[in-house]
Unconditional design. Sequence first.
Length: 81
Amino acid sequence: MATIVVEVMLKPEILDPQGQAVAAALPRLGFTFAKAVRQGKRFEIEVEGTPTPEQLADIEKAAETLLSNPVIESYLVKVEG
């Protein structure tokens, strides 16, 4: 079994209010390591065996049409395991 991960993030030019809120909260909680924070989504899709090129193409299409909004978000598809 393999896991295909789709990571969706707002494009860099799009304002990220959730990321900004987290970035502002971290120092108040004593965490000073972050210069900036961007918030995103992660989808894990399990498939039997090794993913085929057809499955990966289908997942790319799903990422573009369902899992992300291509106007404001970018996505990355990768295989884990």
